[in-house]
Design a protein around this ligand. Structure first.
Ligand SMILES: Cc1cc2nc3c(=O)[nH]c(=O)nc-3n(C[C@H](O)[C@H](O)[C@H](O)COP(=O)(O)OP(=O)(O)OC[C@H]3O[C@@H](n4cnc5c(N)ncnc54)[C@H](O)[C@@H]3O)c2cc1C
Length: 436
């Protein structure tokens, strides 16, 4: 969608869609007649759905992937392409809640997901600008810097990761700003081009003979003696197994899951191309960046180092990319004042899925297999758990994960509409600002 506006902050060719879609346009798939019966229907064609489909199809199951929109239309072609170990609560918080063994297993799954994506991209030879440049996690106040430095010095035994502290005095060698108070570099964290990664996955799934059908919302899943009748906008399909891979777009189709995920908007802008010396000054390397704010900023140079891709949760449910784009640009300039005149060429958003315990969940309920709830960190975890849920459908022992120790919770009166979000985001933004 092209926006017809050329005011001060937008380039003349501004697009209200992901920057990644220019290099990887949404796939133009044939829309075949739906089969009447398959072994497995996968609902959702992002990383979770495609990695699950790859497993079951390679395991010999006839597989049909259905998406309400274009293939990969959800978060999987909209994200920042930053790859971390994906588990939000730290080991100590998890140990207090679940005991040390379960906590260890949960954190370990985060490490496993990072190792998995690196090995997977290499084994499948997916060309997606995969790099391991490290991630600079920047402290937005001196207290957070102390906490980061202390945590790096006292990592739980058996869960150590390569990392080093960057004091504020040396920060400009890592990131061209004085607006942080130092930070830590997580050396094994990686990055990729999300659109190219999704395209590579899609090609591999199609190569198995599986069918991917876009613009075909699933509207009901009715249990039968041998599985499910899958009602879609086009026709019905009988399936033995269903994998639900709808994450932040989980809706009324699966009310039990909908009560367990909280859709939260995440937003990104791309700047216009910047001069090489500006890029080199602001981003001396390809490291990706995040910070300690509760309402986090995450950003990076584009894979070709021509522009900055700047993301954050500037609001909770705003869907107008012009409004979110203006907010993100203001915050970008707050970090890099020399960009006061910068224009933005792209602005977009997507809905991530938070959970009440800030953990991802995988399992089955009422016969439906699912993996979701990546809490905004799903580039590795979605594919990793998609693979595991596919293995579960095949009955393979590898499908078991260390996340089984945490039950998938909801809260009384929560039905899937997060009425509490605007107030929470406003409060946390205020708190981040007050503590900066
Ligand atoms: C702006 C943004 C930035 C992000 N940045 C990062 C990052 O830097 N690093 C990171 O690790 N993670 C990041 N994430 C999160 C990450 O992208 C997601 O966790 C991951 O892509 C989830 O993949 P998925 O396949 O589970 O879901 P999605 O890719 O969202 O796919 C779900 C699909 O389900 C389909 N669907 C829903 N209901 C139905 C139905 N009834 N019938 C058929 N289809 C249906 C939707 O159309 C959608 O295509 C970001 C997300 C966003 C939005």
């Amino acid at each position: 969608m092209k926006i017809n506006r050329t005011d001060d902050i937008l380039t003349s060719d501004f697009m209200a869609q992901p920057y990644w879609w220019e290099r990887s346009p949404r796939p133009n798939l044939d829309v075949p007649t739906l089969p009447t019966s398959v072994d497995v229907v996968v609902v959702g064609s992002g990383y979770t759905g495609l990695c699950a489909a790859l497993q079951v199809a390679r395991g010999g199951r006839s597989t049909l992937v259905l998406d309400a929109e274009d293939a990969g239309w959800g978060c999987s072609s909209r994200n920042g392409g930053q790859i971390s170990t994906s588990i939000k609560p730290d080991y100590h918080a998890l140990a207090r809640k679940h005991g040390p063994e379960t906590a260890f297993n949960i954190v370990k799954e985060g490490h496993n997901s990072l190792a998995w994506i690196k090995a997977f991209v290499a084994a499948e030879a997916i060309e997606c600008d995969f790099l391991v440049p490290g991630r600079f996690h920047a402290a937005h106040n001196p207290r957070e810097f102390e906490i980061l430095a202390r945590d790096i010095a006292n990592q739980p035994k058996g869960l150590e990761v390569p990392a080093h502290v960057v004091p504020r005095a040396e920060q400009r060698r890592t990131l061209g700003t004085d607006s942080y108070h130092g930070g830590v570099v997580m050396e094994a964290h990686a990055s990729l081009d999300p659109g190219r990664y999704h395209q590579g996955l899609l090609e591999r799934v199609l190569a198995t003979g599986a069918t991917i059908v876009p613009h075909c919302p699933v509207t009901a899943l009715n249990k039968t003696s041998g599985g499910f009748t899958v009602v879609t906008s086009r026709s019905t399909v009988q399936a033995r197994d269903i994998i639900v891979a709808t994450n932040g777009y989980t809706g009324s189709l699966t009310p039990w899951l909908r009560r367990r995920v909280i859709p939260i908007g995440s937003y990104i802008i791309a700047t216009e191309p910047l001069a090489p010396d500006v890029m080199d000054r602001l981003f001396p390397s390809q490291k990706v960046i995040s910070d300690t704010r509760k309402v986090v900023y995450y950003y990076r140079p584009s894979p070709d180092r021509t522009r900055i891709l700047f993301g954050g949760r500037v609001t909770s449910g705003e869907t107008d990319p012009l409004r979110s784009g203006a907010m993100l640009r203001r915050d970008l300039i707050g970090i890099f004042p020399e960009l006061a005149e910068v224009k933005i060429s792209h602005s977009w958003m997507g809905f991530v899925a938070y959970t009440f315990d800030e953990l991802s969940h995988i399992g089955s309920h009422d016969g439906l297999h699912y993996a979701m709830g990546y809490c905004g960190s799903g580039v590795a975890m979605a594919g990793y758990l998609g693979t595991r849920v596919g293995q579960q459908v095949l009955g393979l022992a590898e499908g078991r994960t260390g996340l089984v120790g945490a039950s998938f919770q909801t809260r009384p009166f929560y039905t899937g509409t997060p009425w509490f979000l605007p107030a929470s985001v406003a409060y946390y933004r205020w708190r981040d600002g007050a503590s900066a």
